[in-house]
Design a protein around this ligand. Sequence first.
Ligand code: ADP
Length: 307
Amino acid sequence: MNSRPLVVTIGECMLELVRRDDGLLRPGYAGDTFNTAVYLKRGAPKAQVAFASAIGGDDLSDGLARAAADEALRTDLLWRHPTRTIGLYLVHTDSHGERSFTYYRDRSAARDCFTAAYPRHIDDAIASADLAYLSGITLSTLTADARTRLLNALRRTRDSHGHIAFDLNYRPRGWDNPAAARNAVASFLPWVTIALTSAEDELALWGDTVDETIDRYRRTGAEEVVVKHGPGDTVLATADQVRRFPVRRVGQPLDTTGAGDSFNGAYLAARLNGEPPDKAVHTAARCAAEVIMVPGAIVPRHHTATA
Ligand code: ADP
């Protein structure tokens, strides 16, 4: 791998509004593949990390582009949609500390990624990446034709020996029905080389045990499979072995939002830095353990051990 590898993460970032105790809304920017890009860049500062998505021409979109630039992400793969803007979601916390989310994203700019107006240079950047990263959420936001176009770009990534990392991140509300999700995901699996998934999501979509999850990703060609399971053991499968890693207890988590995304970013950064997969699991778990002890998906920079 070259000394300044190109990583492209693909997906949607939204305005996040968190209701505070005093009733006011605290704004931020978050989205699974964006969060992963942030932690990846923090963990592997030499890598060029670009976030491929779509935003609008308004202030909120400018804020998102600034948030990405503040994290030293490349913003040249953020297409400015001529008429739409970014999606948003509200985070409510009830009196028992349970969080719920309300989304306003059905007509977000990102829904038009990889449609006719979306610039072709973004496909070319993905095709030339050393590592492309996407999730099941990315796929759920795209039309069938857009998914086909993205798949073609990823085929080219693989043709030039780039890696493709994938987290299932199955969110039923993003899909018409589970069969639609299974079909869409299945068409991408043959191109995935690094699967970073969660036992809960695989069970929800495929009814899999962890062993079945590993077999399925291996059968379609993944070289590394990491199955996260919250505070339960993390399982790593490489070509020749399957190993379980207990998760170190860190006390009662404050907010697990972004735990999996940060794990993925730190894992991929560690791999780019030359760490072997088993060491990368430890690095990733350390990062995720910090994320669950602060509110929100993105830990302020001065908190982060991997920064
Ligand atoms: P996802 O967000 O993808 O569902 P998980 O909930 O499985 O991800 O968590 C991702 C990682 O975060 C775990 O593999 C683990 O390293 C860490 N983690 C999650 N919950 C805890 C916890 N209670 N204590 C310590 N680490 C945790």
